[in-house]
Design a protein around this ligand. Structure first.
Ligand code: 13P
Length: 340
């Protein structure tokens, strides 16, 4: 393991004011998003959409790394360039989703465990050979009556740590993503408690598996009230709860924390990230950045609709979200940016 190379990659991904673009939807997830907009659910449509993203002019000014999916890392533009090469030319580091999805956890009704450890060392090596420098594994934790259980949290935390160790051994920076879901009517405090419980377990397992914290990135949820909670908190309250939770659980050796968007609107995700980076925010030792999928892509996808004629307008929408989130990293985002 080349520790310095891992540290350098992790720092380049979270340093400065850029963030990550998650474009690693599995085929079923991508198809679901396409179906909702009546876009054909074909290999070619997925390829064309990912080409639109990676060829967006100027994307590299706001995006440090892009997370691809197995199908996507093997695909090319219409002009015959691998997406990995196009990203590299734009100054964007390639990452790869390596988990194989969240499956029902036996014995724990309503809870899931993420799979993908079997054969992972060989797969990770192949991806490294294709130009990937970092990886992602997402665990999902649901909140409901009686859940999450410690059994579910521990199973997911252990898998995350095994994955992270395997990636580091192959020279890839692991993005460790334990996502506490927004679904439900729980309040902010319940999300705070569960997120803290999950992160304690995750860092305990990372320590147990000898993962080098300086060479990884944490990708957590923001601490939010459930989607159906009658009392929705404002951006400052969310930023405050999120940073307080992370200060109690995420060691200072971790160079950066890159939030997922989790189904928040694009504007809210930017506003809340911004609230964590304004001078008056509670401070933490790590860089606080973004690794959004829906909160960067959704407006562009809704413009594209599978039509060549809409590519430019969709790219502008994508670039706009990337710029808004870059501004949010500096604490300089404001609602007026949405009108320009
Ligand atoms: P969202 O930002 O849409 O939550 O996706 C982030 C991600 O990478 C999920 O694994």
């Amino acid at each position: 393991m080349n520790a310095q190379a891992l540290i350098d990659t992790a720092s380049s991904l979270v340093g400065g004011d850029k963030g990550l673009l998650a474009m690693d939807e599995s085929n079923p997830t991508c198809n679901k998003r396409f179906a909702a907009l009546s876009i054909p659910q074909t290999v070619e449509a997925r390829r064309a959409y990912r080409e639109l993203i990676v060829t967006t002019p100027g994307l590299g000014a706001s995006i440090s790394g892009a997370i691809l999916y197995d199908e996507t890392i093997r695909q090319k533009t219409g002009g015959g360039s691998l997406f990995v090469e196009v990203l590299q030319q734009a100054g964007i580091v390639t990452g790869i989703k390596v988990d194989t999805g969240a499956k029902n956890l036996a014995g724990f009704p309503g809870e899931k465990v993420t799979e993908g450890l079997d054969g992972l060392a060989a797969r990770v090596q192949e991806y490294a050979g294709m130009g990937a420098r970092f990886a992602k594994w997402r665990a999902v934790i649901a909140i409901d009556a009686g859940i999450p259980t410690q059994g579910c949290i521990d199973a997911n935390a252990h898998a995350l740590a095994r994955y992270a160790a395997i990636c580091q051994e192959a020279g890839l920076v692991p993005i460790v993503e334990p996502e506490v879901l927004m679904e439900g009517s729980h309040d902010l405090q319940r999300c705070f408690d569960v997120t803290g419980q999950v992160l304690h377990a995750v860092f305990n397992q990372l320590h147990g598996q000898r993962v080098m914290l300086e060479g990884m990135i944490l990708k957590p949820n923001m601490v939010l009230p459930g989607k159906h909670c009658p009392h929705q908190s404002d951006a400052t309250q969310i930023a405050d709860a999120t940073i307080r939770c992370l200060r109690r659980t995420a060691p200072a050796a971790v160079p950066g924390i890159a939030f997922l968007s989790g189904g928040q609107s694009a504007e809210l995700a930017s506003a809340r990230l911004n609230a964590m980076n304004v001078p008056s925010a509670v401070k933490g030792p790590w860089a606080l950045t973004f690794s959004f999928a829906r909160a960067i892509q959704q407006p562009a996808l809704a413009i594209w609709l599978g039509e060549d004629a809409n590519v430019q307008a969709a790219q502008q929408a994508l670039l706009h979200r990337a710029k808004c989130n870059r501004a949010a990293r500096r604490g300089e985002y404001n609602a007026a940016m949405e009108r320009t």
